[in-house]
Design a protein around this ligand. Structure first.
Ligand SMILES: [Zn+2]
Length: 89
């Protein structure tokens, strides 16, 4: 797992979400959408922190390794495939 590259992906996502939040802050009316974007920003930051701490790619629920496939699709994922199907991420 190339975490250096995934960290770049996450940082790009972070700046995209920040831009979206800024645009939303100008529009102001869609609070649900803003909350959704804020949550995803938190998850992205947590994932970047996990890369920095060296515990990236480990399921927050069962401690199993999160599959590379899943991390490629959703680099900020904090649950493995089986926990994700139980816990609504
Ligand atoms: Zn799990």
């Amino acid at each position: 797992m190339d975490t250096t590259r995934l960290k770049k992906v996450l940082q790009n996502k972070e700046s995209d979400v920040k831009k979206k939040l800024y645009a939303l802050s100008l529009a102001l009316h869609d609070q649900n959408l803003k909350d959704l974007e804020k949550r995803s920003l938190v998850k992205i930051r947590e994932a970047i922190d996990r890369i920095d701490m060296g515990d990236y790619g480990v399921c927050a629920s069962c401690d199993a390794a999160i599959s590379d496939n899943r991390l490629e699709t959703l680099p900020e994922a904090d649950y493995c495939d089986s926990c994700h199907s139980i816990i609504d991420e």
